[in-house]
Design a protein around this ligand. Sequence first.
Ligand SMILES: NS(=O)(=O)c1ccc(Cc2ccc([N+](=O)[O-])cc2)cc1
Ligand SMILES: [Zn+2]
Length: 261
Amino acid sequence: CSSKFVLSHVHPMWQGTLAVPGGDRQSPIDIAVRKSVFDPQLKPLTFQYDPRTCQQIWNNGYSFLVEYDDTTDKSILSGGPLQDAYRLCQFHFHWGESNAWGSEHTVDRRLFPAELHLVHWNAEKYSLFEEAVMEENGLAVIGVFLKVGKRHEGLQKLVDALPAVRHKDSVVEFTRFDPACLLPTNTHDYWAYPGSLTTPPLSESVSWMIMKQPIEVSHDQLAVFRSLLFTSAEEEVQKSMVNNFRVQQALRGRTVSSSFS
Ligand SMILES: NS(=O)(=O)c1ccc(Cc2ccc([N+](=O)[O-])cc2)cc1
Ligand SMILES: [Zn+2]
């Protein structure tokens, strides 16, 4: 997908408005469970992912992205609070240098060692990812917490490919990976709220859906995430890719909805 889209090439107007977003719907946030409001209108989420749309893994110097072909409606998210079908563009993770922290969102201030983001854009209303990025609710991101436990068999194929993208700007072909294997068994229970990208351009265009149930991965699998580097092969000083999460943002009057009571 076109998340390769680099900010420096955007239209000057867009750069201007994004430099300091309004700031009243920024992400990530803490999810205060007792303050979330059950919304009976929230539909079940429908994930229709085609593993054949999986293309490559790319170290963009901030995280590693598993990118999907989003030129057709093959890998789709719908339901929940969403009015339209959203196309899967990429997924990536955020993690810490230790298992004590690393997630971007928290639940009643509880931190997780890592968080998965499955990034989708509204292909019914817009024709390109970077167009949807600028529109209110043009994007839909599914957040899944990772906790340390048993080895995640589905994740291992991805973990085995990471050494090939150790440095910033490295890319490796990666095919036939079904992202549904990274979803928790219970996708019925989630929190939903209006927010933003958590990295530049911080666009306030994201419908967030955070799964209540974490997935389990092993300590060793997380350690491989930490073996990645922020820096490219040419740089003298190599920096471990860890703590690639944003600080939490004010709720600014937003309500977090829950799909469960
Ligand atoms: N962490 S997150 O909020 O799920 C997130 C999801 C996607 C992206 C990718 C990205 C989104 C937009 C742009 N841009 O418009 O220049 C560049 C990169 C950045 C961040
Ligand atoms: Zn993210």
